[in-house]
Design a protein around this ligand. Structure first.
Ligand code: S3P
Length: 448
């Protein structure tokens, strides 16, 4: 788990052109769900392409604690022998989800309608994040929770012995909350209905349907209305996890800002609820193309080709698309620093409650490296300096946040002076091969 070990100070030095192919790891959201839904099915789910980052490994450990058998073959194939909906055993100890909001929030939802008592904890980052967004709706099913002040972990949840189905409108754009409610609904009788005003990533809906749940989504004036019939028997699946667009973002953005670069990032999932960054980059004048577009496992997939883009322009990023690129704003803000003019990002309050307050963490680091940023509660503006004019030279705090650490490493590849982070260890939560992969393309990353 990140944040429990020794910090790894890292620096990124101006490099030559980035060239070659970047084979990024499996999708984090789909990896968590593969293990969790596999654990709730009856029989053996087989998963290939799983992201073997710390976040997902913590979810694998948790599933074992709940009674599922989770094993890995030498070739990286994972097997999950599930216990069925409502079949979770009570873990014998505290469940530690490390750095992972997705892991803890989805698991809390999944156990909330089973009569077991579970205590959850995480690292310093996770233990500072809001959990009331999950404990409020699971209380409607009959679950009780006892956490620290501010609804924070460590927290004990007593699952409902006699759950009732709910109708719940998710108050913030959050796929984790939507998913937690749907997963609680799996073991409630009758129909659970979840309404979201803005579309967020829909992997839970797609995958639960794949596992045989009766789930349907209607787009109405209220928003997306998702109806799930409780108490299905989930059928085990064979899952090939697509590669993660949120990890692809790093080599793509690095190539766009580093002179002479030409990088191919093959097999990237382009589910419309995830792909917003790539269209935002194109609107800024990035040389980014989708090659060989195709469908795989019901998801749109393409090979991304990103080339150095000397004439980037700042842009107004469409707030309506915020959920489809919510994890990509930190690295987008780095690209914005290399563009001419302002990049305006609005409707992004959720960035303040991620692994870190991402507006604050990026604004501080960008300023230290000579880039001006204005910010408000739910917006920020990066004042682009244009290619060749980004000073760099400072050390930033990564705040136990993998995407903050990787974003500043990308910045150092094209800034005039090296950019450093106090701790690169959180990178292992989502992208354990980041240093090797970027080094293979030509980046000059150093452990200091
Ligand atoms: C995720 C949902 C998003 C995202 C996170 C993964 C998921 O979080 O930021 O990295 O897999 O459901 P929110 O639900 O907090 O928006």
């Amino acid at each position: 788990m990140s944040g429990h070990g020794t910090p790894i100070p890292m620096s990124s030095h101006k490099c030559g052109p980035l060239k070659g192919e970047a084979h990024v790891p499996g999708d984090k959201s789909i990896s968590h769900r593969s293990l969790l839904f596999g654990a709730m099915a009856v029989g053996e789910t087989v998963v290939t392409g799983l992201l073997e980052g710390e976040d997902v490994l913590d979810t694998a450990k948790a599933m074992r604690a709940f009674g599922a058998e989770v094993t890995r073959d030498e070739d990286g194939t994972w097997h999950v022998h599930g216990v069925g909906v409502g079949g979770f055993a009570e873990p014998g100890n505290v469940v530690d989800c490390g750095n992972s909001g997705t892991g803890v929030r989805l698991i809390m939802g999944a156990m909330a309608t089973t009569p077991i008592t579970v205590t959850f904890t995480g690292d310093a980052s996770l233990n500072g994040r809001p959990m009331a967004r999950v404990t409020d709706p699971i209380a409607l099913f009959g679950a009780q929770s006892y956490g620290r002040s501010g609804g924070r972990l460590p927290m004990t949840i007593v699952g409902a012995a006699d759950p009732v189905p709910v109708r719940y409108e998710v108050p913030m754009p959050s796929a984790q909350v939507k998913s937690a409610v749907l997963l609680a609904g799996l073991n409630a009788p009758g129909e659970t209905v979840v309404i979201e005003k803005e579309a967020t990533r829909d992997h839970t809906e797609r995958m639960l349907a794949g596992f045989g749940a009766d789930i349907r989504t209607e787009v109405t004036d209220e928003g997306r209305v998702i109806t799930l019939k409780g108490r299905p028997e989930l059928t085990p699946q064979t899952i090939v996890v697509p590669r993660d667009p949120s990890s692809a973002a790093f080599p793509v953005c690095a190539a766009i800002i580093t002179p002479g670069s030409d990088v191919l990032v093959p097999n990237i999932g382009l589910n419309p609820t995830r792909a917003g960054l790539f269209y935002a980059l194109q609107s800024m004048g990035a040389d980014l193309t989708f090659e060989n577009p195709r469908e795989e496992g019901g998801e749109p997939v393409a090979d991304l080709r990103a080339r150095f883009s000397p004439d980037l322009k700042g842009a107004e990023i469409d707030p309506e698309g915020a959920a489809s690129m919510i994890d990509e704003y930190p690295v987008l803000s780095v690209v914005a620093a290399f563009a001419e003019g302002d990049t305006v990002m609005r409707g992004v309050k959720e960035l303040r409650v991620k692994e870190s307050d991402r507006i604050d963490a990026m604004a501080k680091g960008l300023r230290l490296n000579g880039v001006e940023v204005d910010e408000g509660e739910d917006w920020w503006i990066v004042k682009g300096r244009g290619h060749g004019n980004v000073p760099g030279g400072a050390t930033c705090e990564s705040h136990l946040d993998h995407r903050i650490a990787m974003s500043f490493m990308v910045m150092g590849m094209a800034a005039s002076a090296p950019v450093s982070v106090d701790d690169g260890s959180p990178i292992a939560t989502s992208f354990p091969i980041f240093e090797d992969l970027m080094g293979g393309l030509g980046a000059d990353l150093r452990r200091d």
